[in-house]
Design a protein around this ligand. Structure first.
Ligand code: VG1
Ligand code: CO
Length: 544
């Protein structure tokens, strides 16, 4: 095997965001762009010689060719072995599991998650460390630093690898193993949940199921788990074949993008349970018949009922949520007397807490839920958790959530996204908000008296690292909150996210429409940030 060293020049924009580096596919396809970033990662890691690297992606356009390049670079940089999902496919949680199971050094996951795919859409790459979790900030900072000074990369003169044939290829000093992407993951799920009980509920017809894989990575996993192992009727998994462009849609599991599923679940003769996942399989959307479960509520319901699931028989040691996620799970933690941590947005901040055994369950408002079985959020795992719960309780989804609200109150919640805002306007909005922060506490807007107004920063309780500027929070005496953040996953301009929540204990008001219930806060949020005024947009691009 001949290694070559190729001269290159830095690109100035290789700073990883909330979850890896995401750019337009054509940016990644520029000569040396992918190579530079991969070499910057390899250069930042220590002692990789002879180690194992897991590689896989969500199957989007450019996945296969990126994987061929990465394999050759891994060989030239001294890795001893690569483990690759067949066809170059691995869901993010499955990749995390494989890293852990094989005691690999780390993994490279090719995905831009819920962003659309194709030659004119998005591509992405992220690195997971040996615990199977996303590289913490100290790594991603190092990757970026290295990318700014890089002047060469190393690549081996290897033939393209046959990604489709299972088994071992390669040589004694560089092993290449193509594995079935689904089987290890499906086996893990069977250890965590009561499959016979769920199967019985599905076979008896008490649970009827529709899962929308959105032409993304979870198709083959969902077919195996729901249809083959749990006996759901063939066709229960829709849009099951991963496509390079996800069929032209956004593989983003929300009511706006998972239209087909939403129509079914809110139509006549809806199944009792519906769910969807995103491009790389780490997000989940949960629906009942005629009922949408907000991700923040889902996290709280799972936390409150965790002991009904085999994996959590002993209860939870602690929970965590990202800062903008609603405070619903805090109420459960308080009731159970367990700690609840508040972290910045992005799964990488949960890793230390999970690893240190401080928490067993965590989640984000952006349709992400997960636990300590892998160190990524896990879409199908969350769906199985709900199925297990439904099988134990024998109640409809809406009843379970209403019961929860009766006990804990409802945190009425919504997120408004303004996409593709010009960067200078977005910065202006934040400067304007920052100027107001010192004067807000004590002011009253309608029935909302401001308790605190600040910019969130987080000190990791395990390694003491500090992450600043993680979003602006305005909290009110009555428990309501408005949070403003700029997205770190977009590829065009800036995306402003406004998170709104209001706490409601009056059960007669629990069925209110969230947009109506939050109307006052929505108006106040605009008054304070002026996004509509400054951009000329008259409505959010997406409301979830
Ligand atoms: C978004 C979500 C965040 C999530 C991240 C990655 O980030 O808000 O909660 O962790 O996507 O999820 P941002 O910076 O755009 O708000 V995924 O499924 O895209 O890997
Ligand atoms: Co994702």
């Amino acid at each position: 095997m001949q290694n070559r060293t190729i001269a290159t020049h830095p690109f100035d924009d290789q700073k990883p965001g909330t979850s890896g580096l995401r750019k337009k596919t054509r940016v990644f396809q520029q000569p040396n762009y992918l190579e530079n970033f991969v070499q910057a990662i390899f250069d930042s890691l220590e002692n990789i010689t002879g180690q194992t690297l897991v590689i896989g992606g969500d199957g989007r356009y450019f996945n296969r060719s990126a994987i061929q390049t990465i394999i050759k670079m891994a060989a030239a940089n001294g890795f001893g072995k690569v483990i690759i999902g067949q066809g170059g496919l691995l869901s993010t949680p499955a990749a995390s599991h494989l890293i852990r199971k094989n005691q690999a050094y780390g993994g490279l996951i090719l995905s831009a998650s819920h962003n659309p795919g194709g030659p004119d859409e998005d591509f992405g790459i992220k690195y997971d460390v040996s615990n199977g979790g996303p590289a913490p900030e100290k790594y991603t900072d190092a990757f970026y630093q290295r990318s700014q000074t890089i002047c060469e990369y190393r690549i081996a003169d290897l033939d393209d690898v046959d990604l489709d044939t299972l088994g071992e290829q390669g040589s004694d000093d560089f092993g290449i193993e193509i594995i079935d992407p689904v089987s290890d993951y499906a086996e893990l799920m069977q250890q965590l949940f009561d499959f016979p009980l769920i199967r019985e509920a599905i076979e008896s017809g008490s649970i009827t199921l529709r899962f929308d894989a959105m032409h993304a990575i979870t198709g083959p996993y969902a077919k195996c788990i729901f249809e083959d192992l749990l006996g759901a009727a063939p066709g229960s998994v829709i849009n099951a074949i991963p496509l390079e462009d996800f069929g032209g849609g956004h593989p983003d599991p929300n009511l706006a993008h998972a239209k087909e599923l939403a129509e079914t679940m809110f139509g006549t003769d809806a199944p009792t349970f519906g769910a969807a996942s995103d491009g790389d399989g780490d997000r989940n959307m949960i629906l009942g018949r005629n009922f949408f479960v907000t991700p923040s509520d889902s996290l709280a319901v799972l936390a409150a009922n965790a002991q009904l699931i085999p994996a959590f028989k002993q209860g939870l040691v602690g929970v965590a949520r990202s800062m903008p996620t609603s405070q619903a799970v805090d109420r459960v933690a308080k009731d159970y007397g367990i700690p609840c941590y508040e972290t910045p947005t992005g799964w990488k901040y949960f890793g230390n807490l999970l690893d240190a055994g401080k928490i067993a369950l965590c989640g984000e408002e952006s349709f992400g839920t997960g636990a300590n079985h892998v160190l990524e959020k896990d879409g199908l795992w969350a769906v199985l958790f709900w199925l297990n719960l439904l099988a134990v309780k024998g109640e409809p989804v809406s009843e379970i959530v209403h019961d929860h609200w009766r006990k804990f109150g409802r945190d009425i919640y919504s997120r408004h996204d303004y996409e593709a805002v010009a960067t200078d306007i977005a910065n202006g909005i934040f400067d304007h908000l920052r100027e107001q922060l010192p004067d807000l506490p004590g002011q009253t807007f309608a029935d909302n008296r401001v308790k605190y107004a600040d910019e969130f920063s987080y000190k990791d309780p395990i390694d003491g690292s500090i992450s600043r500027n993680q979003g602006i929070r305005i909290g009110f005496e009555n428990g309501s909150r408005i949070v403003y953040r700029l997205s770190g996953t977009g590829t065009v301009g800036a995306t402003l996210r406004i998170y709104l929540e209001r706490y409601e204990t009056d059960t007669s008001k629990h069925d209110q429409d969230a947009q109506q219930a939050l109307a006052g806060l929505i108006e106040l949020a605009e008054q304070l940030c002026e996004v509509k005024k400054r951009t000329g947009m008259n409505a959010p691009t997406v409301i979830t």
